[in-house]
Design a protein around this ligand. Sequence first.
Ligand code: AMP
Length: 144
Amino acid sequence: MKIRNILATKGMNTISMRPEQTVKDAITLLTQYNIGAVVVLDADERLVGILSERDLIRAVASDNNVMVQPVSSVMTSNVITGTPQDDLQSVLQTMTNGRFRHLPIIDRGAMIGIVSIGDLVKSQLDEYKGEIDTLRTQLIEGEA
Ligand code: AMP
């Protein structure tokens, strides 16, 4: 299965913020949308960072005034991205090896969505379930 199939099911809606917004704004967004990470885009809509719950925990542990700091000071700037053509298995491998759970998807220079490790595991399970159902049907038809 390809990432584009997963995005087609899940939708392309992506929550983003600007680097100059505050950590408090980020926490509000994550809570409001019940998500684990938000992408950071500059004024030209270019991807400049990603901020996950883990970055926020790290920031809170090291700075008592973190709430008013800009997101740019706590985000991860070196963002690993995927493409719609990427294969589910290879992306799962990349995320597992890199120990991160969110992957922004870029198509022809523009961000078109984000997949989480939860989305990928769900798609993998659905695929396995489909294969099991097919095999079971073939088995029953073979017995008849
Ligand atoms: P996560 O597991 O996604 O909550 O993130 C764990 C750490 O990896 C945090 O420091 C994130 O900012 C960072 N991170 C998450 N996604 C990515 C990504 N696609 N590329 C680079 N770093 C990431």
